[in-house]
Design a protein around this ligand. Structure first.
Ligand SMILES: O=C(CO)[C@H](O)[C@H](O)COP(=O)(O)O
Length: 224
């Protein structure tokens, strides 16, 4: 079993009968959805919403009951991956392009568990370029405004084309280097018209489950 799978399967143990569950996106969340599918096949009764078309298709294929947002109400738990996490459980997300849906789902959940392999745990955020979802209209100006915050933004590509999120937007991958204050940067990004959402998740994850290559599974609460 790989380290992502170890972490993801451990997180699924927190899912109890009757829960409403948010399904994350990416190669770690994939394993959580796979394990949930197994448990549903064994009789676990849950309902779920997905954070991406890919996760929705995986869940549907496994027989995990999916509901609309108007039907399900507030979620009990979301399990999702991250590109980076620090000791305070501040995250960078969006490597898979699903950050907007992931943030909406996580913030409508009582609890978010982040699952990751050990490579994602860092002392300071910022080695991974911060994904920022922007509207295509006047993207050049939006990129200028992001650049003025002190990074080199690059529009994500998919082959020869500009990458489009499930919401039809662009992603700017922004190299800030070490991020001194995630909150200050989040506030500044949010003030730019044209920015739909950014990949900084602050005060959202309440538990991290990290798989280590020596076989250990680390369970971490946010440091204060
Ligand atoms: O934020 C995400 C997708 O938007 C993913 O959770 C993040 O990119 C981690 O992916 P992986 O588990 O494949 O390493």
């Amino acid at each position: 079993m790989n380290t992502k799978q170890m972490a993801a399967e451990q997180a699924v143990q927190y899912v109890q009968d009757g829960m409403k569950v948010g399904l994350g996106t990416g190669s770690t969340a994939y394993w959580a959805i796979a394990k949930l599918g197994e448990r549903v096949a064994e009789g676990l009764r849950i309902t779920a919403v997905a954070t991406s078309v890919a996760s929705e298709e995986q869940a549907r294929g496994l027989g995990i009951p999916l509901l609309g947002f108007g039907e399900i109400g507030r979620l009990d738990l979301t399990i999702d991956g991250a590109d980076e996490l620090n000791d305070r459980l501040e995250l960078i997300k969006g490597g898979g392009g699903a950050l907007l849906r992931e943030k909406i789902v996580a913030m409508n959940s009582d609890r978010m568990i982040v699952v990751a392999d050990e490579s994602k745990a860092v002392p300071k955020l910022g080695r991974f370029p911060l994904p920022v979802e922007i509207v295509p209209f006047a993207w050049e100006w939006t990129l200028d405004a992001i650049r003025a915050l002190g990074c080199t933004p690059e529009l994500r590509k998919s082959g020869d084309q500009l990458y489009r999120t499930d919401n039809g937007n662009y992603i700017a991958d922004c190299r800030f280097g070490e991020i001194a204050s995630a909150q200050q940067l989040a506030d500044a990004l949010q003030r730019i018209p044209g920015v739909v959402e950014h990949g900084l998740f602050i005060g959202i994850a309440s538990l991290a489950i990290i798989g280590h290559s020596d076989g250990r599974i680390e369970v971490k609460e946010p440091a204060v």
